[in-house]
Design a protein around this ligand. Sequence first.
Ligand code: PMT
Length: 223
Amino acid sequence: LSRHDLEGELVLVTAGGTREPLDPVRYIGNRSSGKMGHALAEAAFKRGAKVFLISTSEAAPHYQGMETYCVDTAEQMYEKALELAPRSSIVIKAAAPADYRPQTSFEQKIKKSSDGLSVQLVLNPDILAELGKRKFPGQILLGFAAETQNLRENALTKLTRKNLDIIVGNLVNIPGLGMGAVNNRITIYTKHETVELPEQPKTVLADQILDYLVSYRSKAGSH
Ligand code: PMT
């Protein structure tokens, strides 16, 4: 089945977990592989969109006509996302940016000491919340919520607080699903609707998420 329902659209996708440096060789990271975001970027590209992909992973797809940017930290992702979002009619934030980063990234490798090591963490900017503040009429913002409990409540709180149109909730404490896995199980939430999608490969879910987004937008536009 080939759909070309995103022809002429500019779609911004973020993917992967950020790496927040402690010193030249160490970082604080998470288990996000970028698979979900890459699948969404590829699916949007195949449906005719011009795609901007910001990814932390070396496995990010490169196609002629797709602009792929590689970043490491949440601050770098923030800069790039804020630069590209004003041109994008659809923004999809599948990345897992770190909420905190080490206050200091040491210039030299930290030496081992019998005293142990304390690291002071400071808050990173919330990219999606900032994009929510800057959302323009007609722009669709789709976020994700990675939770280990209270999926519905936590996802709906993020939907409202970050001024999103759609949020895709997933539990990230089920073995074989979610972060790093090939498969996932998701629930799509909007202000008015909840749609559960059973376990499937992320490549299949990506098209189903885009199907949902396209139909959501056509309904929103018809009011
Ligand atoms: O990458 P994979 O291995 O394929 O795994 C996919 C996934 C589990 C990472 C993906 O499905 C997912 O849930 N992504 C969101 C991860 C996350 O950071 O969730 P959160 O609930 O902490 O954040 C909520 C939303 O705010 C997310 O859209 C996130 O991109 C965004 N955010 C978070 C922190 C921050 N500083 N800036 C943000 O924009």
